[in-house]
Design a binder for this molecule. Structure first.
Ligand SMILES: [Zn+2]
Length: 410
């Protein structure tokens, strides 16, 4: 296919994706009401609920503004030869395809970050601040950003360099080696993320001895779940929002509780949240998700290998010389409708898994404290209680609060 046609397909994909998102957001925003849904009136008072609706309206307007801004920027870049300009700069420094690709992506990533940082800064220090969520400081915000950049350069740059090296060495068979590399990296990160990456950003301490720990251990023993690592993370240094998550498997499995969760919930409610997480583990959701993501990566890389040598895919983004890195960007956009579809399937699976984990907690612990904890958590994060079904279908990895409560009560 001719690169001109591909160029128009790329522009159409970007526009259609934007329109779909805008319609979904609009449908959602139309459902922001001032009355609390009756099932939830016990935790939400009228005034707090109005505050949560105000928060969502503010986020809606801000989200639309930044989406329009990003879309315009991307279109201007594509139409006025932005990629060719960056490519020429990168080629001025080296003849090595690996070095050129690293400079090329480096400029794009850093440029993109500089342009979008004012938006994330405003979101944290104006919007989240206004609604009382923000606990982060300016110093912490910038420190996070710099650490994020360094991590991206080391990990992202390292992986990209290796993948291009595979391509130079193995041609279109590079995808098998790239797949093996990404699979090993994914597994490694799943096992050691909490040990290696989290400490760069947060402090984690083992949960102190006491009644909470005894209750958790008693529950774990009861369901035959070996649990040695329970950690508390200082999430409160950034936000008042609470969370708990499970990571790793085998000997490396651990449960991480946000300190905000421990402050907001009572002990039975925390055990109920853990019971839900144990449910994910016992029902093998963690292994399923990991395998599915590795298989999808393999499929994507295989399709990439079919198109990577086609110069039209590079030329479609406006560069004058075809290259691996330009083809990567062209392919990334052309493939995005397919990844949207696989994303939909993964979200639907995930929503099913959430019900299964809730059922597990209901059977092995109790439904009431889980219902209470879900209500408190969604109240604290001002989450949307009345999303539009189309929005849920497209974006939600978790069922809505009301449907989870109905399922737990059934
Ligand atoms: Zn879950």
């Amino acid at each position: 296919m001719n690169s001109n046609i591909l160029f128009y397909i790329i522009i159409s994909i970007l526009l259609i994706q934007f329109i779909i998102e805008a319609v979904l957001e609009h449908l959602n925003a139309k459902r922001y009401t001032d009355t609390v849904p009756s099932e939830l009136s016990d935790v939400f008072d009228k005034e707090e609920y109005q505050k949560s609706q105000e928060y969502k309206k503010t986020n809606y307007r801000f989200g639309m503004l930044s989406a329009v801004f990003s879309l315009c920027l991307t279109l201007i870049f594509l139409i006025f030869g932005g990629f060719d300009w960056v490519d020429t700069i990168a080629r001025g420094y080296s003849d090595s395809p690996i070095v050129i690709a690293l400079i090329f992506f480096g400029i794009i990533m850093i440029g993109n970050d500089i342009v979008t940082t004012p938006f994330s800064y405003y979101h944290t220090f104006v919007i989240e601040e206004k609604f009382g969520f923000n606990k982060s400081t300016r110093k912490l915000f910038w420190a996070d950003k710099i650490k994020g950049w360094v991590m991206m350069m080391v990990l992202g740059g390292g992986m990209l360099a290796l993948i291009i090296w595979f391509f130079q060495w193995a041609g279109t068979h590079f995808w098998i080696y790239a797949w093996a590399l990404i699979a090993v990296f994914t597994l490694f990160m799943n096992l050691f993320y909490s040990k290696l990456i989290v400490p760069l950003f947060n402090k984690q301490t083992p949960l102190a001895e006491g009644s909470l720990k005894s209750k958790i251990e008693a529950y774990a023993k009861n369901v035959g779940f070996e649990l040695k690592n329970i950690f508390v993370i200082d999430g409160s240094k950034r936000s008042t929002k609470a969370n708990a998550y499970f990571s790793g498997f085998g000997k490396e499995k651990r449960i991480t509780l946000y300190d905000t969760l421990i402050n907001d919930l009572d002990e039975d409610e925390i055990v109920a949240v853990l019971a839900h997480e144990v449910g994910h583990y016992k029902r093998k959701h963690i292994i399923f998700n990991l395998s599915a993501s590795i298989l999808l990566t393999g499929l994507t890389l295989f399709i990439l290998s079919i198109f990577i040598n086609n110069p039209e895919v590079s030329l479609a983004i406006g560069v004058s010389q075809p290259s691996f890195h330009a083809a990567l960007i062209g392919f990334g956009i052309l493939y995005s409708p397919i990844s949207e579809i696989t994303g939909l399937v993964m979200n639907a699976m995930s929503r099913k898994f959430e019900f299964q984990a809730d059922d597990f907690a209901k059977k092995t612990f109790a439904p009431k404290p889980l219902i209470m904890s879900l209500k408190k958590l969604s109240k604290n994060s001002l989450s949307n209680l009345t999303p539009h079904p189309a929005y849920v279908f497209m974006h939600y990895s978790h069922p809505t609060l009301i449907s989870r409560i109905q399922n737990l009560k059934a």
